[in-house]
Design a protein around this ligand. Structure first.
Ligand code: SF4
Length: 264
């Protein structure tokens, strides 16, 4: 009996030691989340079935203005029937960095410009305070150019946004790659999970992928891969201010790249 009690006490002590070690590895409440150190170099992540492959336009426009005109009259997917305005993009065609979001929302649809409203104001603030850049010195666009709505019959209602479907993304994707071919940026910043999954051809969420840079899997400039820096969508920062610190880190990485050409 005594021996059994001693063994049970030893087992219990070992269990508690093990528990302590596991608890020590858990992040403390409020601790800053760091980039996952063990992430593999994901230059060619696995392609999830629902992400459309990169595409090339068969009818090439002469320049960005011709491309914008094509987008304005496009009806390649159902979003073209319900949009108020196609939202082509904004900024300079000489931008070193292109920011890519998911798709236009209510205000973007009404104004025909990406990232207006509270998310857009926060993006402008990030550009100015961290990068020292104005909206007019970068380029901002979306994966899809027309507003995806839950109820397409009611473009005047708020709270009607939804993510674009894989078919809508596949239909619209060539426009973005063509925009990149005209701009030839050094870097793309993907804002949130949808553009990150589509442009990096990965099924991993933004929190797993951010914190480092990748090569854009589509060759835009022969022999010079465009760097991709994924970060959170400004709307996510408005919902959860704890994400700001990670976003600032990502933007500092971008700033260093723009200033020195070096990137992690
Ligand atoms: S979302 Fe893109 S593909 Fe669909 S209608 Fe608009 S511009 Fe055309």
């Amino acid at each position: 009996m005594k021996r059994e009690l001693a063994e049970a006490a030893r087992d219990l002590a070992a269990y508690i030691r093990n528990l302590d070690e596991n608890l020590a590895e858990l992040p403390r409440p409020g601790a800053v989340k760091t980039a996952p150190a063990a992430l593999p170099k994901a230059k060619a992540p696995p392609a999830p079935a629902e992400v459309p492959p990169p595409t090339i336009m068969t009818k090439k426009p002469a320049d960005m203005d011709a491309l914008a005109a094509q987008v304005k009259s496009c009806r390649k997917c159902g979003l073209g029937d319900s949009r108020l305005n196609a939202v082509f993009g904004v900024g300079t065609y000489k931008a070193k960095v292109v920011f890519v979001g998911e798709g236009p929302g209510f205000q973007e649809d009404h104004l025909g410009e990406p990232f207006v409203g509270r998310s857009g104001q926060l993006l402008d603030k990030i550009l100015e305070t961290v990068l020292g850049l104005k909206r007019s010195e970068v380029y901002i666009a979306n994966i899809v150019k027309c507003h995806p709505m839950k109820n397409p019959a009611d473009p005047e209602s708020h709270g009607n946004d939804r993510p674009p479907t894989p078919d809508e993304i596949a239909a619209c994707r060539p426009y973005l790659d063509e925009q990149l071919r005209f701009i030839k940026p050094a870097c793309i910043v993907t804002l949130g999970s949808v553009p990150t999954k589509v442009l990096l051809n990965t099924d991993k969420g933004i929190s797993l992928v951010r914190g480092r840079s990748y090569d854009y899997p589509v060759e835009i400039v022969p022999g010079r891969p465009i760097k991709v820096i994924p970060t959170y969508h400004p709307a996510a920062l408005l919902r959860n201010p704890n994400l700001k610190r990670d976003t600032w880190e990502d933007m500092k990485m971008l700033k260093t790249f723009l200033e020195t050409g070096k990137i992690t």
